[in-house]
Design a protein around this ligand. Structure first.
Ligand code: F0G
Length: 453
């Protein structure tokens, strides 16, 4: 059961079938354009959607809003230093601000960043400065084979890259923990240590995208017998000790509604990041956040490694995955902590990739019960054909049901499973979609679609 009780509540809307139909049509069949007042259970993302604890709410009041040298920064800095072991702590307003500052400082045009998988905003920051983001996920990538550490980087491929002709252009190796674009799967301690050894041998810094560091640490204690007797905090500290620095969106494992950070060992690199920070985010003791946000994050970063909370979170995701499987959705195994991923192509073989099967399933879940999920298929990852043919489909047509932290109870998730069963019962009638209007980049946020029979 949930290892907390509820102190403040918020009503949720129950739009009728007619209202859902009207809302989706008005939104151009794109769930990003549906207002939250038309959503019953919102599983679009686990980012910034968490419920804060009573201790976090009360910490808000001690926020010091001084422009420079705020005590709230000192508290945040002390918590992050203790957790990571890094000295140089730089707050930013969210993860992508950290990425923009770090990669603009670290990379020159033509430089390479190698990762288990760059999250899409990370890739965008690398490419924005003319760099190349190379992904080397283990195996054939997401969901290809059930494995306890499906988030790992392919160490053989990394070794060949560093040792080959292109090796000299590699400016950093990145491990995204957990690997969000890779199904929220964890990276193993052996893989982190192996990456460290290669980085030492080739003198390249190892950086962590630590947005879900606590979930990665917990899954290591659960899946790796060598670390079963460690606490999640100890595993997290060990993980940070093997890297040269990290950045994080604290909208995930910071349990905050906004926030991010860069934390580094290298004082020279940190100084150059701070120079850039001042121009684009704010003074280095607040970095685009209010003092009260820093207080809430300092508290959240302490709560998030609570073993009871993490056990509940992993067990909830597993239980939810089983319910969705029973409802007839093809669920990717094993589930991680922050989301359950479903293979829409398997459920909707009658919808061709160019007709966006993942979008089709996401929209069907909305129409069946005002449940909002995100599509990770051709709308997000499809590419225009350089030869002018039809769009090249994404390798997988996935739908992600993300779990906001401490927000929904098991009965909300039971409702989602019932909604899924309703949608699955009419799977053969679910239409595909075509794109009517789209932006040049990140088209999924704003595209207008139309159903096709
Ligand atoms: N890195 C990872 C692994 C992420 O999952 C995200 C965001 C970011 C960086 C960027 O952080 O949103 O604070 O700027 N992921 C969200 C998601 C959007 O829904 O998975 P941000």
């Amino acid at each position: 059961m949930e290892p907390f009780r509820i102190k403040a509540v918020e009503p949720i809307p129950f739009p009728t079938p007619e209202q859902r139909d009207a809302a989706l049509t008005k939104a151009g069949y794109n769930l990003f354009r549906v207002p939250s007042r038309a959503i019953t259970v919102d599983l679009l993302t686990d980012s910034g959607t968490s419920a804060m604890s009573a201790a976090q709410w009360s910490a808000l009041l001690s926020g010091d809003e001084s422009y420079a040298g705020a005590t709230s920064f000192e508290r945040f800095e002390a918590v992050v230093r203790h957790l990571t072991g890094y000295d140089e702590i730089i707050p930013v307003h969210q993860g992508r601000a950290a990425e923009r500052i770090l990669f603009a400082t670290l990379l020159r045009p033509g430089d390479v960043s190698v990762a288990n998988t760059h999250f899409d905003t990370t890739r965008a920051s690398v490419e924005a400065v003319g760099g190349h983001a190379v992904d080397l996920p283990v195996g054939a990538g997401l969901g290809s084979q059930p494995s306890p550490f499906g988030g790992d980087i392919d160490l053989d491929a990394l070794h060949s890259l560093l040792d080959g002709q292109g090796g000299a252009s590699v400016r950093c190796v990145v491990l995204t923990i957990t690997n969000n674009a890779g199904g929220g799967q964890p990276v193993s301690m052996a893989n982190i240590a192996g990456t460290r050894a290669l980085c030492n041998a080739y003198d390249v810094p190892l950086l962590l995208d630590a947005s879900r560091f606590a979930e990665n640490a917990y899954l290591i204690t659960e899946r790796d017998p060598d670390h079963a007797h460690y606490t999640p905090r100890e595993v997290a500290q060990l993980t940070f000790s093997l890297a040269d620095g990290c950045w994080a969106s604290l909208k995930k494992d910071g349990i905050g509604n906004i926030g991010g950070m860069i934390a580094l060992r290298d004082a020279g690199l940190a100084r150059r990041c701070r120079d850039r920070l001042i121009a684009v985010e704010g003074f280095p003791t607040y970095g685009g956040l209010a003092g009260r946000d820093l207080e809430a994050l300092a508290q959240g970063l302490q709560e998030v490694t609570d073993p009871a909370y993490l056990r509940y979170r992993a067990q909830t995701a597993r239980w939810f995955g089983e319910r969705l499987q029973e409802a007839g959705l093809p669920v990717l195994q094993p589930t991680g902590c922050h989301a359950v991923y479903v293979d829409a192509a398997q459920l909707l073989p009658h919808v061709a990739p160019q007709r966006l099967p993942a979008t089709a399933l996401a929209n069907a879940l909305y129409l069946a019960g005002a449940v909002r999920v995100s599509e990770l298929g051709t709308l997000v990852f499809g590419r225009a054909d350089p030869d002018g043919g039809p769009d090249l489909p994404a390798p997988r047509e996935l739908v992600r049901l993300a779990l906001p932290r401490r927000v929904y109870t098991k009965s909300h998730l039971e409702y989602v499973a019932e909604t899924a069963a309703t949608a699955v019962a009419k799977a053969a009638e679910i239409p595909g979609y075509r794109i009517v209007e789209q932006a040049d980049t990140l088209r999924h946020f704003s595209a207008v679609l139309s159903p096709v029979e």
